[in-house]
Design a protein around this ligand. Structure first.
Ligand code: NAD
Length: 246
């Protein structure tokens, strides 16, 4: 169903972004692999997905930098001729208790996670409007729904991503551009690798399915939202969290 479509995934050199790239490639989607700094890792994802028979190339761009994002989208359209799917996946954490959180830590997390999604969404919208079709999938987080101590910056950004999803879904529906979000719980990636054993045990006790998720668990839902099976779904946030937040 997705064969021959073209997608851009931000922050796709590792973790959930890499898993989404592999899942879409398995389904015949050509890919732009965006990355922030690690060129070698991005190149290895390009080679992995090419082995699955799709076209792919990597572009370095900071999602929070509009000039870089516009240049990346232009390159994607020049190369592939269309852009059918955008996955706003790039994200960072800079955790700290509220009283210790510096203004820069707040700004950096908001800029990457929320402003980055806004900039990329805005940059693909003109092309998707011309095509009269498009799918935008935002990677939010369950903590954007539930809140989390020590993550005021990240939670505000992810709650913002859910709001951005709803607002853009309403605004772009008449152009047949569908916008949805996924809200992962705790997924085993570099981002959660920093948890101490005690934090891990406390986290597992809060998850009804009693395990951390895998990046592939998120990737399969993104593939569904990008597909024709999700033709009548927009503005939604799907929790992928082992039942943690109901
Ligand atoms: P990760 O740290 O492995 O991956 C994040 C990716 O984003 C990296 O490749 C990084 O280089 C890239 N990135 C960071 N800043 C960027 C920028 N300014 N421009 C472009 N790329 C940038 O973490 P992950 O767990 O794979 O996270 C992917 C997404 O999933 C993030 O949005 C994260 O907030 C979200 N998420 C993760 C979890 C989890 O448990 N791992 C849970 C909920 C949500």
């Amino acid at each position: 169903m997705l064969k021959g479509k073209n997608a851009l995934i931000t922050g796709a050199s590792r973790g959930i972004g890499r898993a989404i790239a592999l899942e879409l490639a398995k389904n015949g989607v050509n890919l732009v692999i965006n990355y922030a700094g690690n060129e070698a890792k991005a190149q290895s994802v390009v080679e992995e997905v090419e082995q699955l028979g799709v076209k792919a190339f990597k572009v370095q761009a900071d999602v929070a930098n509009e000039t870089e994002v516009k240049a990346m989208i232009k390159e994607a359209i020049n190369e592939f001729g269309s852009l059918d799917i955008l996955v706003n996946n790039a994200g960072i954490t800079k955790d700290n208790l509220l009283m210790r959180m510096k203004e820069e830590e707040f700004d950096q997390v908001i800029n990457t996670n929320l402003k980055g999604a806004f900039i990329c969404t805005k940059a693909v919208t003109r092309q998707m409007m011309k095509q009269k079709a498009g799918r935008i999938i935002n990677v939010a987080s369950i903590v954007g729904v539930s809140g989390n101590p020590g993550q005021a910056n990240y939670v505000a950004a992810k709650a913002g991503v859910i709001g951005l999803t709803k607002s853009t879904a309403k605004e772009l529906a008449s152009r047949n551009i569908l916008v949805n979000a996924v809200a992962p719980g705790f997924i085993a990636t570099d981002m959660t690798d920093v948890m101490t054993e005690e934090q891990r045990e406390r986290t597992l006790a809060m998850i009804p399915l009693a395990a951390l998720g895998k990046p592939e668990d998120v990737a399969r839902v993104v593939r569904f939202l990008a597909s024709e099976d999700a033709n009548y779904i927009t503005g939604q946030t799907i929790h992928i969290d082992g039942g943690m937040v109901m």
